[in-house]
Every structure is written in C-alpha cells, then in structure tokens.
Design a protein around this ligand. Structure first.
Ligand code: CAA
Length: 286
C-alpha cells in the first residue's frame, strides 16, 4: 500500500515546508505544533508559502485550496495515531526529539508505520533506540526552502530495516517527487559534512576582518555562481540551527573546522537567529 497518510511534527521553517510539499502532492497531512499559538503561526507559514506560489503563478487558487483542505493542524500528538509515516521536524534539540519519538512510538497504531526524523546532525540511532521499533526509524533530511530544494538525504540507522529504507525512498521519490541520496548515520550526513565547514570558514573570515559580509557573499555568488553567499545562506538556515549542527559535528569529529566560531555564538546569544528573527548577518523585515 503506497503511503497516503502523513504526519509532520513541528511547523517551523522545515516542518511547514514538508507539510506544504506533502499536501501539494495530494497526500493527507496532519501537522502538529506545541500549542494553539504555535499552531496558528505554523498554519500562517504554510498559507504564506502557498499564497506566494499563487502570486508567482505557480499554483492555481483551486490547487491552493485543495492543498489546504488536505492539511489538518493540531497541538495533540494523539492525532498522529492513524499515520503511515510521521516526520518529526522540531528544533535541533536531542532531548526534545527523543521525547517526541517516544510519544510517537506509543501513539502511531500501525506497527509498520515509519517514524522519520528530519534531524540535521543528531545520530539517528539515538532516536531509533528510544522507540520500541528501531527497525522502522530512519532519517529523512530535507533542505531549505523545502518546496524549492530537490534533495532529501535518507539516513538508515544501524537498526533500520531494508524494507523501511525502501518504503521511505519510494515515498520521497514517487509521492513527494524529490531526489534522494543515501547518507551514513554520521553527524552532518553527506551535504552538511561538506557545507558546514565552508559556512563556518566564512564566519571566521568575517570575524578576522579579511573581508566584510557583502564582499564574502558577492565573492561566492558572482565568482562561483552560488545562488546565495555563505553568510546569507547561514541567515536562511537560521544561526541557532547552524550552531546546533556545528556543535553536533564538533562533538562527533573533534576537529576545529566544525567548531562554531565565537561570533556565531555571540550572535545567537543576542537573539540574532537570521532571517526568521529579522536579524543575522543582514537585517530583514519580519
Ligand atoms: N517556497 C517556495 N518557493 C520558493 C521559496 C519558498 N520559501 N523561496 C524561493 N522560492 C522559489 C521562487 O518562487 C522562485 O521560483 P520561480 O523562479 O520558479 O518563480 C525561485 O525559488 C527563486 O526565488 P527568488 O527569485 O525569490 O529568490 P532567489 O532567486 O534568490 O532564490 C533561493 C532563493 C531558492 C533560496 C536560492 O537563493 C537558493 O537556492 N539558495 C540556496 C539555498 C540552499 O543552499 N539551501 C540549503 C541549505 S542547507 C539545509 O537546508 C540543510 C540543513 O540541514 C541546514
């Protein structure tokens, strides 16, 4: 039976994008957030993105309304009980993700259902063994902005069954229309293991006064045809998220190249979390 009932836990930057893509793909989607205010904000995020598609002529009003009708927003994880796959996409916090996996394990009735995590850097095995079905747990790592980026990394843990990996691959490719690469369960997987040291190097370059933010970004945009420079990209990813990823990678490899630079830590400390907070390396309208 192909997967048609999807759950998404967390409706922030990543969760809202995953929910939107799943609903636009014709799937029935339940999205949960921590409480009524967070639900309202999450729904607003999905709506804003669908409306942007409408404005840019990519979506018809009918397609937007149909996608919205396929989305149910809740603050009760109990509403995930009939899902065939649940993707958790909450903040990059080990304790929080572990708690959610434990709750999903108790809540999701179908023993064959897949419990997936969108973690960027926490070992998938740690989340898998928090459940009573470690063979049904794997990482499915999306990229930001989810409606635009074509890739999803699939990360089987040591315990993940082949059948779970095959079903997840089919779901991502056939139902969501994304491409996949298989990544090892190592901090950073494939993409962030390459990307994060580069982004951190840009912060160090700024910190040491070699060049200013505009020049660093213009250098990579115009010199290497990157769609956005490293500091602008950090603002898009979220500086708190980038710091959390770098910390997990540093914990795993103990290599200085992964250590979050002091400037990044201070900016996060100041509440400058990038585009989503209105201020990062640049200022944004919120
Ligand atoms: N939702 C839907 N569509 C969006 C969108 C969003 N949030 N943001 C942009 N788009 C679409 C636009 O509609 C537009 O499509 P059309 O040209 O077909 O109309 C296209 O993307 C380009 O958008 P814009 O013209 O508004 O802006 P842009 O050309 O500057 O592109 C960008 C914006 C898509 C973000 C582009 O700069 C880009 O791809 N940047 C790199 C992003 C990247 O590297 N992401 C990976 C981050 S790493 C990660 O996510 C993993 C992790 O664990 C940290």
């Amino acid at each position: 039976m192909p997967i048609s009932r999807v759950g998404v836990v967390g409706c922030g930057l990543m969760g809202s994008g995953i929910a939107e893509v799943a609903a636009l793909s014709g799937l029935d989607v339940v999205v949960s957030e921590a409480g009524p205010d967070a639900v309202r904000a999450g729904r607003g995020r999905v709506l804003a993105s669908l409306d942007r598609g409408l404005r840019r002529g990519k979506l018809s009003e009918q397609a937007r309304d149909e996608a919205l009708a396929r989305l149910t927003f809740t603050h009760d994880l109990g509403d995930m009980s009939d899902r065939q796959i649940v993707i958790e996409a909450v903040a990059e916090n080990r304790e929080l993700k572990t708690e959610i996996m434990k709750t999903l394990d108790k809540t999701v009735a179908d023993p064959e259902a897949i419990l997936a995590t969108n973690t960027s850097s926490i070992p998938v095995i740690d989340l898998a063994i928090a459940t009573g079905r470690p063979d049904r747990v794997l990482g499915v790592h999306f990229f930001n902005p989810v409606p635009v980026q074509r890739l999803v990394e699939l990360i089987p843990a040591l315990t993940t069954g082949k059948d779970t990996l095959d079903r997840a691959r089919e779901f991502v490719r056939e139902r969501l229309g994304k491409e996949t690469v298989r990544s090892p369960d190592r901090a950073g997987f494939v993409v962030n293991a390459l990307l994060v040291p580069y982004l951190l190097a840009a912060v160090r370059m700024l910190e040491s006064g070699v060049a200013d933010a505009e020049d660093i970004d213009r250098g990579m945009e115009l010199g290497c045809a990157h769609p956005m420079g490293p500091l602008r990209l950090l603002d898009l990813i979220g500086l708190d998220t980038a710091q959390a990823i770098a910390e997990s990678m540093y914990e795993e490899y103990k290599e200085p190249t992964y250590a979050p630079p002091a400037l990044l830590r201070r900016m996060v400390g100041a509440g400058w979390r990038g585009r989503k907070s209105g201020r990062g390396f640049y200022q944004y309208e919120t």
